[in-house]
Structure formats: C-alpha cells, structure tokens
Design a protein around this ligand. Structure first.
Ligand SMILES: Nc1ncnc2c1ncn2[C@@H]1O[C@H](COP(=O)(O)OP(=O)(O)O)[C@@H](O)[C@H]1O
Ligand SMILES: [Mg+2]
Length: 309
C-alpha cells in the first residue's frame, strides 16, 4: 500500500459536480441515489464514483495506453502517474506498468523493492503476470520495474519465442480486470518499446517546447509508422504537449507547429509548466494533493483519455 492521502485517490464532491456540470448538492443527491446510501464525507471513493457515473450513462474504456518518447525528461512518468491516479478517481480500474528500468513510476507509487518480480521475470517464465501485480490503493495496481529490467532487450533478442509479443500476450490474461492499462517506458527506440507498441491500443507521445523536442517527435513518429506497417497494427497515436510556458515565444511557436502539422493527432488538452510539478514524481506525491494549476490540465487530459470529455 502506498502512502497516498485521501485527496490523492478520492475525488471531491465539488470536483465531481464540476465534471457533471451541476452543483455539489445535486452531485451528492445523484451519488446517494445511485449508491442507495447517505454520503457523509466530501470525498468519494473510486468504487462509489464508478457506480454513480455508470448510473449517469458513462462507459469506461478498455484500453492499453503506452507513453513513449525517445527523449528523456518530457514528462512521460509525470503524465502516466497523474493520468492514472485521476482516472482511478473517476472510478476507472487502473493498472500501471513500469517498463523503465529507472523505475521512477514505481518509486512515485512507493514501490522501491529490488527483490520484487518485474516484467523480465515474466518474459523469462520465472514468474506469472499475476505474481508481478502489486496493490497500490483501491482501483490502482502496479507492475513495478527495477534495474533488473535493464537486461530485457537482450533477453528478448535471445529468445526463441516471438519477442514482439512479449508484452501483449502476458497482458491478455489480466487485461479484462482493468479499464485502463498505462505503460511507462524508457526513452529509447528499443525491442522492449516495440513490444510495448504492439501491445498498445494507443501511444501517447509527450512533447516539450524545446528545440530538440520536434526532432525527437519526428523520429519517434517515423519509428511508430514503421512498426505499424511491419507488424500490421491498428493503434492510435496521440501527441501530448507538456511544459507549455505561456510567457515564452518558443512555447507558442512549437504548439502552433504541432497544431499545423499534427492536427488530428494532437490531444485537445495540454499541460502547462509549473514549478510545483518539478519534484512531484521524485517525492512520491501526485499533483492532486497540491494546488498546482497543472492539476486542472491533467484532469482534462484524463477525461479525454477516458472518453469522458
Ligand atoms: N508540467 C510540468 N512543469 C514543470 N516541470 C515538469 C512538468 N512535468 C514534468 N516536469 C518535470 O520534468 C522532469 C522530467 O519529468 P518526467 O516525468 O520524469 O519525464 P520523463 O519520464 O519523460 O523522463 C521532472 O523533474 C518533472 O518533475
Ligand atoms: Mg520517466
């Protein structure tokens, strides 16, 4: 169990009301009707949100999404963490998979034990996928990573079995338990990331307003296009603009360039830069514990991911 506080895994009645575009007392009444019980706390646990939203006609997706970018520091881990936690607050059943051997996502979720089984153990048939799943909080599970995953590319390349299916096939066993499976990856064009792409229904590519970002994005898009053809895949590509700084020209120029070049693939929501995000992953805190304006940005992006926008 992680050390997450109530406001990091429960949505407030006022946030739920804002989402449903009604007043907090109306949201409370709707939840009480759906749950057939009195609500005393201003926070709703994920299971109760789920029941309420299902009664409202919302449908949860069944999606495997990976977040990839060959460039480091573009907010892959920050985005995976905050989209996943927010999705769980909206009642989605979320599985995080950490496939970066740096294991920042695992650390952020309070899992730091090098002896725990990781994905390479599944590939080597030392562990089942079920044995790798850790409970984090209601509606949030994690398959952690550690430095042990750093040999994964070599293991895949030396394997006699079909290495390209090394993420997809094990996931088939458990994917029905989750609405959203979010995979965090290392910044690389690697065999591991190819196997991740093959398992993905959607690949989200975060991009930052800096001069190397567009170069990285273009390279990554070409790689994904090749994988799509080579393996005859159907996945969607989405670009998520992060660290947008309204005071800087480069931010405006590069966002405009993304709008012009990738209109269909650019996510509607984008993430502003904020000093409060700086150490959020390292300190193991989700943004939803604080007051950062970026909270609202990840809220909108999460709704987009869930199809609740
Ligand atoms: N919106 C943001 N504003 C400011 N800093 C951010 C933002 N998003 C991420 N960061 C910071 O950027 C750094 C890299 O983020 P991280 O999510 O670890 O990237 P990646 O996983 O792509 O390497 C971290 O220090 C993180 O706190
Ligand atoms: Mg990372």
């Amino acid at each position: 169990m992680s050390q997450l506080t109530t406001q990091e895994f429960c949505i407030s009645l006022s946030d739920l009301a804002a989402f449903l575009e009604i007043s907090p007392p109306q949201a409370k009444a709707k939840a009480e009707l759906a749950l057939n019980k009195k609500i005393k706390s201003p926070w709703l646990v994920p299971e109760d949100v789920r029941t309420t939203l299902l009664a409202e006609g919302y449908k949860y997706p069944q999606k495997i999404i990976s977040v990839q970018m060959l460039k480091g520091g573009v907010a892959k881990t920050t985005s995976v963490l905050n989209m996943g936690l927010r999705a769980a607050m909206y009642g989605a059943r979320v599985l995080f998979i950490d496939l970066d051997q740096q294991a920042n996502l695992s650390f952020a979720l309070g899992v730091e034990d090098e002896s725990l089984p990781v994905w390479v153990d599944i590939v080597e048939k030392k562990k089942s996928i079920e044995e790798c799943v850790r409970f984090i909080e209601p509606h949030v599970d994690l398959i952690p990573s550690s430095l042990n995953n750093s040999v994964m590319d070599r293991v895949l390349m030396n394997s006699n079995r079909n290495w390209a299916q090394a993420v997809k096939v094990p996931l088939e066993k458990i994917r029905h338990r989750y609405d959203l499976i979010l995979i965090d990856t290392a910044p690389a064009l690697s065999a591991t990331n190819t196997a991740v792409t093959i398992a993905s229904d959607e690949v989200i590519l975060p991009v930052n307003p800096d001069k190397f970002a567009m170069l990285g994005l273009e390279k990554n898009l070409l790689e994904l296009a090749d994988i799509k053809v080579d393996f005859d895949l159907q996945f969607n590509r989405k670009i998520l603009f992060t660290k947008f700084d309204g005071r800087e020209n480069t931010s405006h120029e590069l966002l405009q360039k993304c709008i012009d070049s990738f209109a269909d693939e650019l996510m509607t929501g984008y993430i502003r830069t904020s000093s409060e995000v700086k150490n959020s992953v390292r300190s193991g805190k989700s943004l939803f514990a604080g007051k950062s304006p970026v909270k609202a940005d990840y809220d909108l992006v999460t709704r987009e991911v869930l199809g609740f926008a």
